[in-house]
Design a binder for this molecule. Structure first.
Ligand code: PEP
Ligand code: MG
Length: 595
């Protein structure tokens, strides 16, 4: 396909930003998929030698993957290394192997051709799957296919090895082995057509801190090697042939990021305490074990939200109780005595699911989601609660339920938790008996009855991502109505104030784990409203901590009162921009906003 653009026109493409950072450089388009395979008819006496060649190639691939596995385990740990076990399993599939050998013998054709035909068939069916897990397996299969064929043809690895100077890598897909082997001095960042936030390459990119974008449809056909590009991994934007104004702006932002980042490093080990001595619990939101390193390095008080649904979304089978015990335990142990808030699975809405029979819904966000699934899938819920309880012997844990809309749901969840505890006790399995239990307040009905829900809870955590969408009736993933989705809408601010007040009246602490807690413009307002815990994405920890450390509680109270006096979001936003410009100019990356 020929790119549809004139040579020097600036083009902006949008994908899924999976690892932040701004990179400015030249593109290198990787055509790794284009290994040439021709069909050859073999002489009768060549057939067995061809089978031998295949077996040797598979053996070499296996050895190669074993080396990657060992290197990955050393560099990133055992969990990341297990990614290569999937490859090894695919390689050892006896059925596929005998199908390949049978065709080499019966049709007398070359091994690489047969492999291409057979594996491409499997790959296409994985690729077309609705489920993210199976789509990710297509990438693994593609990687194996390329490797085995390369060994059959006796070719050296090409593609990535050809990169001789720092580039922004553009590829249809990157396998885990490609990602792990990226030479950081040559690959500044990468963009792929395939992939999702939970694909292995994305997980590894975050671990390795390589700015990257995935899911950018057709990017390989829109960029040429050597094109000047800007990759904004935070917003998922790739700019091809940036104009000189864009380049100037992004260079300034890049310098700003670097400057702000190195300035903020000074607060890593310092407490999240206001100037007048009020301690704020500043915790991290995580989805994967790999994010804990940054959270700890940046001095997180604990994990304020561990989204467990990714455990269910990245597997072909429901995670077993044992598997969950292991995963939760290693996270709890890694946090070394700091509290870990485990949110029970929040599946449905936009979060794909495969294990629960949810009928097609006209409005999935208003349908079968979060806690609403639990009654109909009690065994799955009970299994998760048992696993969390068992893991709680390794350190302080809190349990939090998503999408609570009324007090009955909270009571139901707690009754299943009691049942899980009773079962474990009967079975003689150890667990911690007094785990704090909290409700996420992210549905307006829960917000206005927060006092009632607080009576059933040890803490409340405000999920603004959903609370805003449900309060303002704005789908959080719909770009056409995104302009209506505002943190500082008076309705949102009033609800937050009420939730905190009602929680405090019932003597329970109130945190926030929605993205608003990571918004530096909101920090002073939230402190002023009395928020007890901020749980933010690990990369936002230092910025929010720095702001906390530079303010006093009474000034935050005044500021929150002032913010609540505006009749529209725009008034609040302008007011806060003015405050930020006066108080935190050094944190502003450019005129457009803050880091
Ligand atoms: C929220 O809704 O604010 C939240 C933290 O939950 P999630 O983003 O996982 O829906
Ligand atoms: Mg939510």
């Amino acid at each position: 396909m020929v790119p549809q653009r004139s040579e020097h026109q600036e083009v902006r493409l949008h994908g899924i930003g999976v690892s932040s950072g701004i990179v400015i450089g030249r593109a290198f388009v990787l055509y790794g998929d284009l290994i040439k395979v021709e069909r050859r008819i073999l002489r009768k006496d060549q057939v067995e030698a061809e089978v031998e060649k295949l077996v040797r190639a598979i053996e070499r691939t296996r050895e190669e993957l074993q080396v990657f596995r060992t290197e990955t385990a050393q560099r990133l740990g055992e969990k990341d290394a297990q990614i290569f076990d999937v490859h090894q399993m695919l390689l050892q599939d006896e059925m596929v192997l005998s199908e390949i050998i049978h065709r080499i013998r019966s049709e007398r054709v070359n091994a690489d051709h047969v492999i291409t035909e057979i594996l491409s068939k499997y790959e296409a069916s994985f690729d077309g799957a609705e489920d993210e897990y199976f789509r990710a397996r297509a990438a693994d299969l593609r990687d194996i296919k390329q490797r085995v064929i390369r060994h059959i043809q006796g070719k050296e690895e090409t593609g990535l090895a050809q990169i001789s100077e720092p580039v922004v890598l553009i590829a249809r897909d990157l396998s885990p082995s490609d990602t792990i082997n990226l030479d950081r001095s040559k690959v500044l960042g990468f963009v792929t057509e395939l992939g999702s936030r939970t694909s292995h390459a994305a997980i590894l990119a975050r671990s390795l801190k390589v700015p990257s974008i995935v899911g950018l449809v057709d990017v390989c056909h829109q960029v040429f090697s050597n094109d000047p590009v800007i990759l904004d991994g935070r917003n998922g934007v790739l700019i091809i042939n940036p104009s000189s104004e864009t380049l100037t702006l992004f260079k300034r932002m890049q310098r700003g990021f670097t400057r702000v980042e190195s300035n903020l490093a000074r607060v890593k080990k310092l407490a999240a305490r206001t100037k007048d001595g009020k301690d704020i619990a500043l915790s991290a939101n995580i989805e994967f074990f790999e994010e804990i390193g940054t959270a700890l390095d940046y001095g997180a008080h604990g994990v304020g939200l561990y989204r467990t649904e990714y455990l269910y979304m990245t597997r072909s089978e429901l995670p077993s109780e044992e598997e969950q015990v292991q995963e939760y335990s290693r996270i709890i142990r890694a946090m070394n005595g700091a509290p870990v808030t485990i949110r029970t699975f929040d599946i449905g809405g936009d979060k794909a699911q495969r294990f629960f029979s949810i009928p097609p819904e006209a409005n999935p966000f208003l349908g079968f989601r979060g806690v609403r699934l639990y009654e109909h899938n009690e065994i799955v819920f009970l299994t998760q609660l048992r696993a969390i309880l068992r893991a709680s012997v390794h350190g302080p844990v809190r349990i939090m339920f998503p999408m609570i809309a009324c007090v009955e749901e909270m009571r139901h969840c707690k009754s299943v938790l009691v049942k899980a505890g009773e079962q474990l006790q009967r079975e003689g399995l150890a667990f911690c008996a007094d785990i704090p239990v909290g409700a996420m307040i992210e549905v307006p009905s829960a917000a206005v009855t927060a006092d009632l829900i607080a009576q059933e809870s040890d803490f409340l955590s405000i999920g603004t991502n959903d609370l805003i969408q449900y309060t303002l009736a704005v789908d959080r993933g719909n770009k056409f109505v995104a302009y209506l989705y505002r943190n500082f809408d008076p309705a949102v601010l009033r609800l937050i104030r009420e939730i905190i007040q009602k929680g405090h009246e019932q003597c329970v602490w109130v945190g926030m784990c929605g993205e608003m807690a990571s918004d530096p413009f909101a920090t002073m307002v939230l402190i002023g409203l009395g928020l007890d815990e901020f749980s933010v994405s690990p990369v936002s920890l230092l910025m929010i901590k720095d702001i906390i450390r530079r303010v006093e509680y009474p000034e935050c109270e005044n500021l929150a009162n002032a913010a609540l006096n505006f009749d529209a979001a725009v008034g609040v936003e302008n007011y806060l921009l003015d405050v930020m410009n006066r108080k935190f100019k050094d944190l502003l990356v450019c005129d457009a906003g803050i880091a």
